[in-house]
Design a protein around this ligand. Structure first.
Ligand SMILES: Cc1ncc(COP(=O)(O)O)c(C=O)c1O
Length: 401
């Protein structure tokens, strides 16, 4: 039977739940795209996005998803035949590397696997050995949305610069912008890419590239950059039209304005980060309780290396897909698949599921998701430890005092 009525809950790690307020803000007649309120709204949004990223550098908008921002960042800075160093902590940095290859860029991968963060000492050793400075850029994710590992972007940035190597430090914050702290300038990041569909709570379709002066200098060295990805005209456009290399994504921008107000003015960025941390800790406590029966565990063992936006769970001797199916079809909660954790055609693919807890989430949404998983474990007769909801509640209650 199904018990699914009421509002469905999307608990995947992006796209995330879009607040009604954001949807309503998008529900407007098409505006003038050359002058007037839309232009003013966009100009006002730029400092807000930079505040979110912790930078005094520039931000460029693209009508694209995350993959497009990967291509944009590379197209402006690394020429075909040059080399980038990819720091793999799951499929997303590796995916960025794959995009680089399609641009004719040589990639060198240090793969840290799917349960670990970047080992900074290995990166230092590799950079110190690169006497000719062949490596033009280093690609890494802050949060890998698949493995749910979080890399220490600050420590890595300090280490890279301490080697004296000039490679650009490029960081993917697709899942971490607006969900966990990021201080681009302080952490010595040169290029940061992100999108609107996770922490920023807007339907997918808009990407951002943040860049500093070192990134501008790399762009100037490029012989040729394709019209669409070239960030130079977008940074200082004569007309709004040029900021987007054509028609702006008018309604996405209206939604983003509303979301930025919610994040920066109403809740406050520090609170947003704290809320994400508390929800993540509540989820970890619940999974640890279920896992005491030996059938499931958090993919990332060390708490300080876990994302605050997504939690990846490994299952043993039962099919994680069955939990997802029960939650979606019986209860109306959609959980994440084990994307990139195993080959989609292999039985191992079903040994994972993920909980997305980013963006527009509150206590009932988190506890509702955990309660639904708890019911699924019982309905499917999957052995699990008791007290998961109590453990999660304890985290939330303690944090709220
Ligand atoms: C960390 C990370 N980087 C990049 C991407 C790619 O973004 P998109 O699917 O919007 O192309 C994703 C998507 O989930 C992601 O989680």
């Amino acid at each position: 039977m199904t018990l699914d009525n009421g509002r469905k809950l999307l608990a995947i790690p992006g796209p995330s739940v879009v607040p009604d307020r954001v949807l309503n803000a998008m529900h407007q007649p098409s505006p003038n795209i050359y002058y007037g309120p839309l232009k003013e709204m966009i100009e006002g949004m730029i400092p807000d996005l930079k505040q979110l990223a912790g930078t005094t550098g520039d931000v460029v908008f693209y009508i694209t998803n995350g993959h497009g921002t990967w291509e944009a960042a590379l197209s402006n800075t690394v020429a075909a035949g040059e080399k980038v160093l990819v720091l793999g902590t799951g499929p997303f940095a590796l995916g960025w590397g794959a995009v680089a290859q399609t641009l004719g860029i040589e990639i060198e991968v240090i793969d840290f696997g799917k349960q670990s963060s970047v080992d900074i000492a290995q990166v230092e050793t590799r950079l110190l050995a690169d006497k000719n400075n062949d490596i033009k850029a280093i690609l890494v994710v802050q949060t890998d949305t698949s493995t749910s590992v979080r890399n220490d972007i600050s420590a890595l940035g300090q280490a890279i610069r301490a080697t004296g190597h000039p490679a650009l430090y490029m960081v993917d914050c697709m899942a971490s912008l607006g969900t966990e702290p990021h201080f681009m300038d302080e952490w010595l990041v040169d290029v940061m890419v992100s999108g609107c569909q996770k922490g920023l709570m807007v339907p997918a379709g808009m990407g951002f590239v943040f860049l500093n002066n070192r990134a501008h200098a790399a762009r100037r060295e490029m012989d040729r950059v394709s019209y669409y990805w070239d960030w130079a005209p977008r940074v200082a456009p004569e007309m709004l039209y040029q900021r987007f290399a054509g028609t702006p994504p008018t309604h996405h921008l209206m939604g983003l304005r509303e979301a930025l107000d919610m994040i920066l003015i109403e809740e406050g960025l520090e609170n947003v980060w704290t809320r994400h941390r508390v929800f993540a800790q509540a989820i970890w406590a619940a999974v640890d309780s279920w896992g005491s029966a030996g059938r499931m565990w958090l993919n990332i063992k060390e708490p300080d290396k876990r994302s605050f936006a997504v939690t990846s769970i490994t299952t043993s001797h039962f099919d994680g897909g069955k939990i997802r199916d029960w939650c979606e079809n019986v209860a109306g909660v959609t959980l994440g698949i084990g994307l990139g954790m195993a080959d989609a055609k292999s039985p191992e693919f079903e040994n994972y599921f993920r909980i997305g807890h980013m963006g527009h989430m509150n206590v009932p949404m988190i506890l509702g998701t955990l309660g639904t998983i708890d019911a699924a474990l019982k309905a499917l007769d999957i052995p699990h430890g008791a007290g998961a909801l109590e453990a999660a509640n304890h985290v939330i209650a303690t944090a709220s005092r």
